[in-house]
Design a binder for this molecule. Structure first.
Ligand code: SAH
Ligand code: SF4
Ligand code: F3S
Length: 474
């Protein structure tokens, strides 16, 4: 017989943590990992800054607006901090993390003295140490002059999981240096996590009920992490290995660069059921001239031909993308080329942005900046076309029976919201007991942002009593 030894548990004091996340999915992942790092210190998540002892703004530097939001939020937090001090209430610790922290950490400290610490995207595993130091000397800064490898090694193995889908960072950084973009400066050089580390994290997630993994990287399809045999692997091989993990039913990855879309990866879309038929493959512009100025290193013909090859491998694949309008020197003709490319591809979902000059990037110094008014007009025209395409795509699902992974309860009682293979939100009544499961759903109709369906096999004449009453009184 074994004896169970119980060590008296010393519970750390309960403290409340509020993380506000801006920017891309990579930041969402990082915020979750920051919570993981701080949990052993007694920090539990709360939903508002008002309730928190520690507030982290996990910031984005991609466009000017994104960066400016941080300063206005910090202004509010400063008032809150001063108010608490005046009322003799508990202290509020304020941290700025993420890409603004990396790009302008010193300026943050200068502009907003209420900030206690600034931590770059590769250094947040040091938060416990930073917090301790902050308690002693206010205003320390640890930057991001670290390799991501240090961070991933230091992060706790256990992850907090929220629902059946999870982000998993497999690659960081970017070597592409598009002339408009800050990411190569805020996130550093391309670096991939070893396959063994990714598989271990995926197994841990699957054991907690995660069914769908979204592999993240600024250039995720350039993934070349060390394989189990010691040689560099590829994203296609990683996807195959992940699909073998019991419980992992769906795999997505984002964001990809057209130049890293290998034949092997395209083939994987045809061969691997778990690889979902949805691909975010930003092109930014449909004009060869602008693509050259952007240093994208591919033209429109190459992109269009790539889409053809991807669709040949996986005919039902839904395409997503990002576009920038108003890049310096963009003429009406260049913009028309973008509209034409969008019409040719047919996107299921896509984002359009007005070009925002970012300090230190080559494009910011280019002449012929497009006026704000023209850029806005182009944005509206492009967005109208993209929304039209998205709505048409969603409506085309009506009448089909598709697999939906239910993620969370909906707004109405009994309703659940899930995702289609094409990343559409699907609302289904009477499905709240099915969260975490993949279930066949008959789509009734689609609209701009979502689909409405019913559990397959459930006929419309089999309505619940309440529904019948509603129908009769309608
Ligand atoms: N590796 C990712 C980068 C994320 S940035 C990618 O290539 O998609 C997300 C999107 O923001 C980019 O695709 C681009 O469309 C947009 N973006 C980047 N820099 C921008 C800028 N200076 N102005 C406007 N949009 C920008
Ligand atoms: Fe930025 Fe271009 Fe790298 Fe994407 S590929 S992160 S747009 S530099
Ligand atoms: Fe923004 Fe940094 Fe992501 S700049 S888009 S949070 S990589």
């Amino acid at each position: 017989m074994t004896e169970t030894l119980t060590t008296p548990k010393v519970e750390p004091p309960r403290k409340r943590l509020f993380i506000k996340t801006y920017g891309c999915q990579m930041n969402v992942y990082d915020s979750e990992r920051m919570a993981d790092v701080l949990r052993p210190l007694g920090y539990a998540a709360t939903d508002t800054a008002e309730d928190a002892d520690f507030v982290i703004l996990n910031t984005c530097h991609i466009r000017e607006k994104a960066a400016e939001k941080v300063y206005s939020e910090l202004g509010k937090l400063r008032e809150m901090k001063e108010g608490r001090a005046a009322a003799g209430q508990g202290a509020l610790t304020i941290a700025v993390a993420g890409c603004v922290a990396q790009a302008e950490g010193e300026e943050i400290m200068r502009r907003q003295p209420a900030v206690d610490l600034v931590v770059g995207p590769q250094a947040y595993h040091q938060l416990p140490e930073l917090l301790a130091r902050t308690a002693r000397a206010r205003g320390e800064r640890i930057g991001a002059d670290f390799a991501p490898v240090d961070k991933f090694d230091a992060l706790p193995k256990a992850r907090g999981v929220d629902g059946p889908t999870a982000f998993l960072t497999v690659q960081e950084g970017c070597d592409k240096f598009c002339t408009f973009c800050v990411v190569p400066y805020t996130r550093g050089a391309e670096w991939s996590r070893p396959v063994a580390a990714v598989l271990a994290e995926a197994r841990e997630l699957a054991a907690q009920g995660v069914r769908e993994l979204t592999l993240l990287g600024q250039n995720v399809n350039a993934y070349d992490g060390e394989g189990l045999d010691g040689a560099p692997s590829t994203l296609a091989r990683l996807a195959h290995a992940l699909a073998d993990i019991p419980g992992v039913a769906r795999i997505r990855y984002t964001t990809s660069h057209p130049n890293d879309m290998s034949e092997e990866l395209i083939a994987a879309h045809g061969a691997l059921d778990a690889l979902m038929p949805w691909l975010h493959l930003p092109v930014q512009s449909g004009s060869d001239r602008i693509l050259r100025l952007m240093n994208r290193k591919h033209g429109r013909a190459k992109y269009l031909e790539l889409i053809d090859r991807i669709r040949a491998a996986r005919p039902d694949i839904a395409m997503s993308g990002d576009f920038i309008v108003g890049f310096p020197g963009e003429s009406d003709r260049d913009f028309e080329d973008t509209m034409d490319l969008v019409r040719r591809v047919g996107y299921a979902s896509a984002f359009a942005f007005v070009y925002s000059p970012r300090p230190g990037t080559p494009a910011a110094g280019m002449g012929a900046q497009v006026s704000a008014e023209v850029a806005r007009e182009r944005l509206h025209a492009l967005q109208a076309l993209l929304w039209e395409q998205q709505t048409a795509f969603n409506m085309s699902q009506a009448g089909k029976t598709i697999d939906v992974l239910f993620e969370k309860p909906g707004r109405h009682a009994g309703q659940a919201i899930g995702r289609s293979p094409w990343l559409q939100s699907v609302h289904v009544d009477g499905a709240d007991q099915l969260i975490g499961q993949i279930v066949a759903v008959e789509i009734e109709h689609g609209q701009q942002n979502s689909l409405k369906g019913r559990l397959a096999g459930q006929r419309p004449d089999r309505l619940a009593v309440g529904d019948m009453e509603r129908e009769m009184t309608a």
